[in-house]
Design a protein around this ligand. Structure first.
Ligand SMILES: [Zn+2]
Length: 343
């Protein structure tokens, strides 16, 4: 099969022929139509996240099952699928209680510890394939349906984690990023008032189109002060931080009002100081959020199938342009998501 192979970190993609995967017991193979090109997999390519090389990266796939191994039930040839990002066990107490990203036997991630979606075929343990629900036209929109499993599902889960209620004010730090912009969309879908915070002026119009009622540029104005002004001094109900540097985390925590919830995910994962007395007096929650469950992926696709939300994919390229697309991802030039068509 044709694949985009990385021989090591900081190396260019090589389009090359590699052996077709051979299905084993408990596994399945899907033909890949498209795979998203997000910052997470660029981190692997750039050597900022570890992986076993040589490696085929990519996990935001839209594909179709072509082979099913012995002992697999509930999955058949012809099923449209995406993949789950974590190689979780499916059997531990965390997997069984709706916390699959916290699996205690997790073997890593698709596209890092096993080969991923930048190839004609992908082989995975069968339980990692998630079937598209009815109404998902993955053949017509493979790029959009591929990226939804992460870029849309992750912010959908954050709405739950932050307990976002209609009419509340939600501030998104790093709103111009690939997942951040989808967070704006999901918060708007949840009938919140949405405030975007980002330094990339070029993304501001897209932020507004995605759902931001206000956009704050923290290089021009103090983000916390502006958030206080915009909420009559009350503070925001939910602050979601996709940058998670010390300064954004402290700004997010400081911007919370009574019963405020802060959610951190992705980004730098820095340490920060928060005021315990503020937390007590205002009953605030400081929360972490890690990817999604498979059920949340299904719920997200149901929203897409009903036409309530739609992934923002602005750059779709053939395999031979993978290097160019990743250069744009590295520079933060892509609005929403980019994706590669596998053909
Ligand atoms: Zn588990």
């Amino acid at each position: 099969m044709k694949a985009l192979v990385l021989s090591g970190p900081k190396q260019p993609f090589e389009i090359t022929e590699v052996p077709d995967p051979i299905v084993g017991a408990g596994e399945a193979i899907a033909k890949v139509f498209a795979c998203g090109s997000g910052l997470t997999i660029q981190h692997v390519k750039a050597g900022r996240m570890s992986a076993d090389f040589p490696r085929i990266i990519g996990h935001e796939i839209a594909g179709e099952i072509v082979e099913v191994g012995a002992g697999v039930s509930g999955l058949a040839v012809g099923d449209g699928v995406t993949s789950y990002y974590y190689i979780n066990c499916g059997h531990c107490r965390w997997c069984l209680s709706g916390y699959e990203p916290l699996c205690e036997n997790c073997l890593g991630n698709v596209g890092r510890e096993c080969d991923g979606g930048y190839a004609e075929y992908i082989k995975l343990p069968a339980h990692l394939f998630v079937k598209f629900p009815k109404g998902i036209d993955y053949k017509k929109h493979p790029a959009e349906m591929g990226v939804a499993m992460d870029a849309l599902a992750t912010p959908y889960k954050v709405l739950k984690r932050g307990r976002v209620q209609p009419g509340e004010t939600v501030a998104v730090f790093g709103a111009g990023g690939g997942v951040g912009i989808h967070q704006l969309m999901m918060a708007k879908w949840a009938n919140a008032r949405v405030i975007a915070i980002d330094i990339a002026e070029a993304k501001f119009q897209a932020c507004r189109e995605a759902g931001a009622d206000e956009v704050i540029n923290p290089t021009e104005t103090d983000a916390v002060e502006t958030l206080m002004d915009l909420t009559n001094g009350e503070g925001v109900d939910v602050a979601i931080d996709y940058v998670s540097s010390t300064s954004t985390l402290e700004a997010a925590a400081s911007s919370l009002g009574r019963h405020g919830r802060m959610v951190t995910l992705g980004g730098a994962g820095g340490s920060f100081q928060a005021n315990a007395l503020e937390m007590l007096l205002k009953e605030q929650d400081l929360l972490g959020s890690r990817y999604v469950t498979r059920a949340e992926i299904l719920e997200t696709y149901d929203l897409v199938a009903r036409g309530e939300v739609w992934p923002i994919v602005t750059d779709i390229r053939p395999m031979k342009e993978a290097e160019a697309i990743h250069e744009r991802v590295e520079k933060g030039e892509v609005t929403g998501r980019a994706a590669i068509l596998i053909q």
